[in-house]
Design a protein around this ligand. Sequence first.
Ligand SMILES: [Zn+2]
Length: 263
Amino acid sequence: MPEGPEIRRAADMLEAAVQGKPLTDVWFALPQLTDFAPGLVGQRIEQIETRGKALLTHFSGGLTLYSHNQLYGVWRVVNAGETPQTNRVLRVKLQTADKAILLYSASDIAMLTAEQLARHPFLQRLGPDVLNMTLTAAQVKERLLSARFRQRRFSGLLLDQAFLAGLGNYLRVEILWYCALAPQHNAAELDDTQLDVLAQALLDIPRLSWQTRGTVYENKHHGALFRFRVFHRAGDVCERCGGIIEKTMLSSRPFYWCPGCQC
Ligand SMILES: [Zn+2]
């Protein structure tokens, strides 16, 4: 399952192809959307925003295309006019003079006005997105300490998109290892320094993954690269304390941790 960083990277790829260019062809498979298509020709895609696993394609005329890929949906970038060979069902085509973006197989798609966007039930339930660069560690700390979340165990809290959107299982595992925290704790049990470290890691680790996961050193990123320290590494030696990394199940998902230094 892709997590926030992978969704954001996909959105970056779509933006690089079509952002800011006039749309020359717009096509929707879903009957409730077909009437919008002619009015969007000539408009531009201003931004492709990610909110957790939802993509918000903002058009210059003020409408927003909401799409959530669930398990099956996938976006592709192609040259204008190109039709890839695939068994997938095309749902959306947004084409510019040189490139087009195509959405296949997703069924959770809607066209929203600004007002509808603000009231959208799924989006309303989401917490702030860790890849939204305006979100600060101070705000995350405040959220950790709020009455709603302060007693929640990290094992479940860090998977809950209502707490922070964009986190997922590998990020949960890596963030807790980085902070040397065992998963049964909650924010109410931490001292101020631990809270500061956790709040910062909840932003820094997803953002590092977005910017560097899967890239190599010889590129523009000369700083740290994201890599797994414990995820999928059961039986390996912990690089911090020399303990042996273990695997268990927590909140119905595989969990990896080092009993030697996470307490
Ligand atoms: Zn360790």
